[in-house]
Design a protein around this ligand. Structure first.
Ligand SMILES: [Zn+2]
Length: 299
């Protein structure tokens, strides 16, 4: 009897197929190449049929997949994810997803995740550190006015793309305390700020983050729900920006901007559970907590 044990078991077959379909249409890799997510669904079905008494040959006919695949899985005991290096469900895995969704871009073939023009060197360091904790290749360098980081892992890169385009599909993979904390921490480092800029006093500030992607903001809210951290989401209209030097008018990409704010009752808890790993942001958050003297604090 072979049992199925996959790091992506929390994801339903329907969601795996949907992720696979999106990945395969965005990053085509040859006609006969199924993405990992697609293969996982085949693998689970193959195991079930094999346990019911079919031979590996019959399983391949039944599912319409190559004989070599069912032979490798059912006779040799290989697993479809053995070539992919699926990261374990840890904080570091989440940190790469969250920071990547905020600041990363994918290489054209979807196999690498690239961060460009990062302002803070310690942010680049944290990304590299998280990747190395997962035994994933990562490298940082400096060019002109910012740091660059490249991470070489197909699954991380593909899932970051899913997170940017279809955040709700990512939810079953990241709804786990460790991964969820990592996602929020990485995303707040990339997109968040400890206070709205321009305020000279920290007294009334709370950590917040904004995006034009409504679903992404909602998914981050779901992760905060899981950690029992209170927040609000507001919608605001974006304005045209006029460059005072060139007098050119810039239109925002989207009319609406969604802003997620941590409620005052949970700022201390946010600092304990998530916080920022970029020291520039972390220092400001600690000042806010000192100056605000929050009352009615949630435990
Ligand atoms: Zn609260």
């Amino acid at each position: 009897m072979i049992t199925v044990e996959t790091p992506l078991t929390l994801v339903s077959d329907d969601d795996l197929l949907e992720i696979g379909r999106l990945i395969e249409s965005k990053f085509p890799r040859g006609r006969y190449h199924h993405s990992l997510y697609h293969q996982l669904v085949f693998y689970k079905k193959a195991i079930r049929l094999y346990n019911e008494g079919l031979t590996w040959y019959e399983v391949s006919k039944e599912l319409g997949i190559r004989e070599s695949a069912t032979y490798h899985w059912l006779v040799l005991g290989r697993k479809p994810w053995s070539t992919y290096k699926i990261p374990p469900a840890t904080f570091d895995f989440g940190y790469l997803l969250g920071s990547g969704i905020g600041d990363g871009t994918m290489s054209a073939n979807g196999k690498k995740l690239l961060y460009k023009w990062i302002k803070d060197e310690d942010f680049a360091d944290k990304i590299v550190e998280s990747a190395r904790n997962l035994n994933v290749y990562a490298y940082k360098w400096y060019r002109e006015r910012g740091w660059f980081v490249i991470i070489s892992n197909v699954v991380i890169s593909e899932l970051v793309w899913i997170g940017k385009t279809n955040p709700y599909l990512l939810l079953p993979i990241i709804s786990n305390m460790k991964v969820g904390r990592g996602v929020l921490s990485g995303w707040f480092d990339a997109e968040g700020s400890p206070a709205i800029s321009g305020l000279s006093e920290y007294k009334y500030c709370v950590p917040c983050a904004a995006s034009t992607n409504k679903e992404l903001i909602e998914v981050m809210g779901k992760l905060l729900d899981m950690l029992n951290i209170h927040y609000t989401i507001n919608k605001q209209e974006t304005k045209e920006i006029r460059d005072p030097r060139t007098r050119k008018v810039y239109k925002p990409k989207s009319e609406k901007l969604y802003r997620l704010r941590i409620r005052r009752c949970c700022v201390i808890k946010f600092n304990e559970v998530i916080s920022f790993r970029i020291s520039r942001k972390k220092v400001v958050l600690e000042k806010i907590i000192q100056q605000s003297g929050f009352k009615n604090v949630c435990q």
